[in-house]
Design a protein around this ligand. Structure first.
Ligand SMILES: Cc1cc2nc3c(=O)[nH]c(=O)nc-3n(C[C@H](O)[C@H](O)[C@H](O)COP(=O)(O)OP(=O)(O)OC[C@H]3O[C@@H](n4cnc5c(N)ncnc54)[C@H](O)[C@@H]3O)c2cc1C
Length: 391
């Protein structure tokens, strides 16, 4: 019986398994995941779960799990593609016919000296549980990094009544949104009491047994009972080292059918990759890019599962248009398109009363994406147009 092994039990791994069954695959499907939990959704971690309005169970991904073998709490340490065998960290081997890389990313750790207690990152259920424990008696929290995870966490922590300061080297939060939308977001957070330290860097996280504060480059000490380090992520692909797979910024380079490529650009037989650990050539990007959005993991998983059961000459290609959302206070941020391709971000509509705005991302005058605050419907037309062009 043909056996497909999926490494990584997050959204990409779960969705690949589900879509394989939906496509009629009746062989063996095994998911190896290093977390103990059945697959769960990460977006609520910085929102409802941190706010305390969701339980971990409410984060679990919906869908059948009984038709798949789950090796949970089990990490993959290495692979021999020639022998078609994975080595697990407990020393056992696991053979496969096809292998799907769905190992996602982990939070980038603080790069300074080993940190003291009460310094956290936010990527998993376990991370949230550890952070929550230290927030119980906290007053001041410093968030290092004003990307989406940092900003969402800041909004949630303010709504919990904690004093929050966010530090980032950039001039605006969520720099990919550009100056106009970034400034609107900055003001909205400030209205909710977030203190900003933008355009500055952290010199050190200070404290002995536990964190005492965050020292900025200009000497200011921000008091902190807990610190959240939200400075991006790193791909979990070290286990593929030496396997002859092309890694771009650590992510597995795939063609638009989801097949992993080798350094010469040729498909590696039987190896596929999806989600945050994969990099693909989006038509608007200069080369293979890693699109770290929920919808990208879903779309890649669907394409890979379809292609795993299709004949070689009937494979479909990924035409996914990157899209993401973010909820911060009453700001519903929605974006479609590959924003990093833009050479201009143009404000095309604004309604301060509704705190709504629409910004087009253009490259050489052509619309390659859009950013909307509180205008979810306006995004749909752009999404349709971009999808048609991508197809
Ligand atoms: C806090 C947070 C909030 C987010 N909010 C949004 C949002 O609002 N909107 C949006 O579009 N996107 C959001 N995202 C991004 C979205 O969650 C990711 O794009 C998505 O989780 C990617 O899925 P994945 O399966 O590729 O990777 P992951 O979800 O990272 O899953 C990978 C799994 O593989 C496991 N693994 C790693 N290495 C190994 C190994 N060697 N052996 C076995 N298992 C391994 C990991 O532990 C993990 O369980 C958010 C992400 C985070 C962290």
């Amino acid at each position: 019986m043909r056996r497909i092994v999926i490494v990584g039990g997050g959204l990409g791994g779960f969705r690949t398994a589900r879509s394989l069954r939906a496509a009629g695959f009746d062989g063996d499907v095994i998911v190896v995941g290093d977390e103990e939990s059945l697959p769960y959704d990460r977006p609520p971690l910085s929102k409802q779960l941190l706010a305390g309005t969701f339980t971990p169970e409410q984060c679990l991904l919906a869908g059948e799990t009984s038709d798949v073998r789950w090796l949970l709490g089990t990490a993959v340490a290495g692979v021999s593609l020639g022998r078609q065998v994975l080595t697990l960290t407990d020393g056992t081997d696991l053979g496969f016919d096809d292998l799907v890389v769905a190992t996602g990313r982990r939070a980038r750790p603080w790069p300074g000296p080993p940190t003291v207690a009460r310094v956290h990152t936010l990527r998993s259920l376990a991370d949230v549980a550890a952070f929550q424990a230290d927030l119980a008696d906290a007053v001041d929290v410093v968030v290092i990094g004003a990307g989406f995870v940092g900003c969402e966490a800041a909004a949630t922590l303010r709504q919990r009544g904690l004093a929050v300061t966010v530090v980032d080297v950039s001039a605006h939060p969520m720099p990919v949104l550009g100056d106009v939308a970034g400034e609107v977001a900055r003001k909205r957070h400030a209205e909710h009491g977030v203190r900003w330290r933008l355009g500055t860097t952290v010199a050190a996280i200070e404290g002995q047994a536990r964190v005492r504060g965050v020292r900025l480059a200009d000497g200011e000490l921000l008091p902190a009972d807990a610190v959240l380090v939200a400075i991006g992520s790193l791909p979990n692909t070290e286990w593929l080292a030496g396997a002859g797979v092309a890694l771009r910024g650590g992510a597995v380079e795939v063609d638009r059918t989801g097949r992993a490529l080798d350094e010469a650009g040729a498909p590696v037989p039987g190896l596929w990759a999806v989600g945050d650990a994969a990099a693909w050539a989006h038509p608007h990007a200069p080369g293979p890019v890693c699109v770290e959005h929920w919808s990208n993991a879903r779309d890649m998983a669907d394409v890979v599962a379809t292609n795993l059961v299709a004949a070689a000459d009937e494979r479909t290609v990924l035409t996914s248009v990157p899209s993401f959302w973010s909820d911060q206070y009453d700001m519903k941020i929605k974006s479609v398109g590959y924003l990093r391709a833009a050479d201009q971000l143009a404000l095309v509509e604004e309604d301060p009363a509704r705190r709504a705005l629409l910004v087009e991302a253009r490259r050489a005058g052509e619309v390659v994406g859009v950013i909307a605050f509180n205008m979810p419907k306006a995004v749909l037309g752009y999404q349709r147009a971009l999808r048609l062009r991508s197809a």
